[in-house]
Design a protein around this ligand. Structure first.
Ligand SMILES: [Zn+2]
Length: 367
């Protein structure tokens, strides 16, 4: 294991430099997409793309990290470790690799799940020319997630509203519908945005730069935080069936979880099936004329009630706005919790108290 990657305080700059160094050592071709905003330490932010193999190859493997910013430390670590083991000379002439490093660099640098617009990038890939859908369940409980919730009395009132909704709809259903995303409240959680974000546009530009010669591709989008503890869950998430899902089933058999998304759909994987606007959906659409397989890897960590989830403390920290870097005691605590949930646990392998393995856990064949 590369001990550099196990450092206690991950930073965008350290991970980026390590990625660029490894790519250069391995003889990859780099391109850089500069983000308009600065990072937490004042650094210039980029999504970096590294290419290996024949630029006119027919078959491409594409690996994306950092769709959810803070999950990018894990994704970057995977990309680095893969690169360290890679001998590009072993690639066949018809095969190429593309590493998309930190597609939401602002979120990674600022240690947030969302991007610079408070947008959950994995909700943002919708057609903004259409009328944006309303999320009435979210609206019902939205007072818990907006600015008024910074006042403790108002937050307690909002919690009562949440508890009533939870009693009526059931916890799983309420959480799933809230997580589905919403377009109306830019200060809320699971905000899907009101336009295509920088990362969305950049991902389109990167995929549009694939050569004409590319006829076959597999893409993996690396995530953490959903699913069973310690289990790297391999998923195909799509709003429809397409031939790549059959290819993936044949390749991975029972290890593959397929989630079809539509409003009201549910899934036992911990990933919301009611969500529109997944990165996966956009990529399946973009690659429709190719033999294409879109996969997601979700590394399960801890399970939290949504209201007590580490993203909530970080969300309130962001709404307060007086400590965006998380330097106060409360800020440090919020960032530490967030990193524990989305990254540190993966490094240390620590199990939560009372942990009981279930059917999704390592060593057990998924049903
Ligand atoms: Zn994620």
């Amino acid at each position: 294991m590369d001990t550099f990657l196990m450092q206690e305080a991950p930073s965008y700059t350290a991970y980026r430099e390590r990625f660029l160094d490894t790519v250069k050592q391995r003889g990859g071709v780099l391109s850089h997409y500069e983000h308009p905003l600065k990072g937490r330490d004042g650094e210039t932010l980029y999504t970096d793309v590294a290419q290996f193999g024949n630029p006119e190859a027919k078959k491409w493997l594409i690996i994306i990290s950092g769709t959810h910013g803070v999950e990018g430390y894990y994704g970057s670590m995977c990309q680095n470790l893969y690169l360290q083991q890679l001998n590009p000379n072993d690639l066949e002439n018809d095969t190429a690799l593309l590493f998309i490093h930190l597609i939401n660099p602002w979120g990674t640098s600022w240690q947030r799940r969302v991007n610079e617009d408070n947008v959950d990038l994995n909700r943002n890939f919708v057609n903004f020319e259409n009328e944006l859908p309303e999320n009435s369940v979210y609206k019902r409980v939205s007072s818990l997630f907006g600015r008024s919730a910074l006042n403790s009395e108002k937050r307690a009132e909002a919690r009562t509203i949440w508890d009533r909704a939870e009693e009526e709809l059931g916890r799983a259903s309420l959480q799933s519908q809230v997580q589905a995303g919403q377009h109306h409240d830019p200060d809320g959680i699971f905000f899907a945005g009101q336009h295509s974000t920088w990362s969305n546009v950049t991902l389109h530009r990167i995929f549009e730069s694939l050569p004409e010669s590319c006829t076959d591709a597999i893409c993996m989008d690396l995530h953490t935080g959903a699913g069973e503890f310690g289990h790297p869950m391999l998923m195909a998430i799509s709003d429809r069936h397409y031939p790549g899902i059959d290819d993936a089933k044949e390749l991975f058999g029972p290890w593959l979880y397929v989630v079809y998304t539509a409003m009201g759909n549910t899934s036992a994987t911990g990933v919301s099936a009611s969500t529109d606007g997944y990165t996966s959906k956009a990529l399946v659409n973009m690659m429709e004329d190719k033999r294409f397989m879109q996969l997601v890897i979700e590394c399960g960590t801890y399970t939290h009630h949504l209201v007590e989830h580490p993203v909530m403390a970080d969300h309130y920290l962001h709404l307060r706005g007086d400590d965006p870097q998380g330097l106060s005691e409360a800020g440090k605590e919020a960032k530490q919790q967030l990193l524990e949930h989305f990254f540190h646990m993966i490094k240390t392998g620590a199990k939560p108290p009372g942990y009981v393995p279930s059917r999704y856990s390592i060593g057990r064949s998924p049903a």
